[in-house]
Design a protein around this ligand. Structure first.
Ligand SMILES: [Zn+2]
Length: 328
């Protein structure tokens, strides 16, 4: 038995686990849950991949799986990974920009220190998910997740940007952990080692310029750039979109047409995902802009729902106000 002394033990029934010993202890993988509250009930069901631990925003640690056996949160990494879920954002909209709280970070640091010391895991930051030394140490889910993440050198890069490796998830673009939390990870290791760790990224990401968007109801490149920043996507100011009816509304600039099938905009896709989770978007999550996406935005921002974006659109103005507040 390997149980964290400070944890609330909520061990998941073995009938819900693929009970097998961990082959070798190569890494701790950090995760973020999409939402709030203990995951014990949710994970105590068939086919719900479990993590070993969960840390709440208040700093409460729950242990779901004995670290002598495998959890299932890291797909191809499960045979060598101790996994830690953390209580996530109040909404998926802020998952990228919300840091771990101070008590959460304190408990997380203590927990990671215990795991690394108990299982002799190397005190280093993993730099990718490739089998071998570079994926050992303190790691995070995105290192093994494919998606449209920033290019190296940037801590926010994902599996593809780092040249491949093990898949820790079959999902694409999964916010796990979000950008702000990833930036806190070197500090966790530094607190454990008492020194500054080797940093994955040679240069910190420049903070977003605090110049407010003009609230003009015109969805141009500045609005797109700010939306990309708020939603944690590479900010290039271009939507790369399709319209279902292939018509570009008059109030947009910097939108690049791409009529290849199945290639909707990553930004519109993310917005659709968030709005669908909130019950506001009722169309297909495909990144294709159209009247359903517009209706989603109108429901989200309390605008009369007609699916139309006119010039000086009140819907776009509401979006711009939200983005100026750092939210979507
Ligand atoms: Zn995860």
């Amino acid at each position: 038995m390997a149980l964290f002394p400070a944890a609330n033990l909520k061990l998941i029934d073995h009938k819900f686990l693929n009970v097998a010993p961990i082959a070798v202890y190569n890494r701790v993988n950090l995760h973020t849950q999409g939402g709030l509250g203990s995951l014990f009930g949710f994970r105590s069901q068939p086919n719900r991949p479990s993590a070993h631990f969960w840390v709440s925003q208040a700093g409460v640690v729950e242990q779901y799986v004995d670290t002598d056996i495998r959890a299932e949160a890291d797909l191809e990494g499960n045979d060598a990974t101790v996994s830690v879920e953390t209580e996530g954002g109040e909404s998926s909209a802020i998952a990228q920009i919300q840091e771990w709280t101070a008590p959460q970070l304190q408990s997380l640091t203590a927990l990671v220190a215990w795991i690394m010391s108990t299982h002799n895991i190397e005190l280093r930051l993993a730099t990718d998910s490739k089998p071998g030394p570079s994926s050992r140490g303190l790691s995070w889910h995105r290192l093994g997740i494919d998606g449209n993440f920033p290019e190296l050198p940037d801590m926010l890069a994902g599996r593809k940007q780092r040249g491949g490796g093990m898949h820790y998830s079959t999902a694409t673009g999964k916010v796990c952990p979000g950008n702000a939390k990833i930036h806190q990870i070197p500090g966790i290791l530094a607190a454990i080692t008492g020194t500054s760790p080797a940093v994955v990224s040679p240069a910190p990401v420049a903070p977003t310029a605090a110049v407010p968007l003009e609230v003009d109801g015109f969805w141009g490149s500045a609005t797109t750039t700010r939306a990309q920043e708020v939603l944690g996507q590479p900010a290039d100011g271009q939507v790369r979109f399709q319209f279902r009816n292939n018509k570009q509304p008059a109030m947009t600039t910097g939108w690049v047409f791409d009529f290849a099938p199945g290639r909707g905009s990553p930004l519109i896709t993310r917005m659709q995902e968030i709005m669908a989770a909130a019950g506001q978007y009722q169309g297909t999550v495909d990144g294709v802009a159209g009247s359903e996406s517009t209706k989603g935005l109108q429901r989200r921002f309390g605008i009369a729902v007609d699916g139309i974006l006119p010039a000086k659109s009140p819907t776009v103005m509401a979006l711009q106000r939200a983005l100026n507040a750092g939210t979507f």
